[in-house]
Design a protein around this ligand. Structure first.
Ligand SMILES: [Zn+2]
Length: 235
């Protein structure tokens, strides 16, 4: 086999490995990103629930102040009842007292609703806090692990690239540049196998019988007429 063909085949094998590693390098951080999105959304839920809870407690406080103010009024009017002179005054005071008692009953109903909501919110908050802490931990562990994996893969790619540089020196510079251009623009494939049925493994084009004969001789560089990839005979 022509030496150039042997080198080109080896270069392609190195590029296949580089491509596989690069794909993995770009895939891994997505796993971490999904975990980060999950725990961030849980963190956001905790924040929202906390705000609703704070609002709920403010409303409860406000209603409690209203009840206490109504009770003070009721006390005051009941004391005044002891000293009233006329029936009209008596009726008016009693009406005020009744009105405030009714008002307090309404407020107490609302307070109970708020307290029920408060207990639901507290439970939800606890649930999301636990989820968030668990998933944040998971994210941090996974991130550490994946950062390490990416680092190892990057080192591997650098090693493969330097192996490629060494190998490239064994073929004419022009041929190597042509090879590399196809790697860059042809989905990482510069060398294709001419399959036994006469089709190029790179583009599935069926080549002329003459090309098949020339490729099988393995003594010069033959390219696919359709995709320009360098054709090599099957093993
Ligand atoms: Zn082709």
């Amino acid at each position: 086999m022509l030496k150039e063909l042997i080198v080109l085949k080896q270069l392609q094998e190195l590029d296949d490995k580089i491509l596989r590693n690069k794909k993995e390098i770009s895939r891994l951080p997505k796993v971490v990103q999904e975990l980060e999105e999950k725990y961030s959304s849980e963190k956001e839920s905790v924040k929202n629930i906390t705000q609703r809870l704070e609002q709920n407690l403010i409303e409860q406080k406000k209603f409690e102040v209203d009840i206490s103010s109504n009770n003070q009024d009721i006390n005051k009017y009941e004391n005044q009842l002891l000293t009233v002179k006329t029936n009209k005054e008596y009726k008016a005071l009693n009406a005020e007292i009744t009105h405030r008692k009714e008002r307090n009953a309404e407020i107490e109903e609302k307070l109970i609703e708020l307290m029920e909501e408060e207990s639901v919110l507290r439970e939800e908050k606890k649930k999301f806090e636990e989820l968030y802490q668990k998933d944040q931990k998971l994210f941090e562990d996974e991130k550490t692990k994946i950062d390490k994996e990416v680092h190892v893969l990057q080192k591997k790619v650098a090693e493969l690239a330097s192996e490629k540089d060494k190998l490239a020196k064994e073929i004419p510079d022009l041929l190597y540049r042509k090879y590399q251009r196809m790697i860059d623009y042809n989905n990482g494939k510069a060398v294709a196998v001419l399959l036994k049925n006469g089709t190029c493994s790179g583009c599935h084009f069926k080549v002329r019988p003459q090309i098949m004969v020339e490729v099988s001789r393995k003594d010069k560089i033959i390219t696919c007429e359709n995709c320009s990839r360098i054709l090599i005979a099957p093993e």
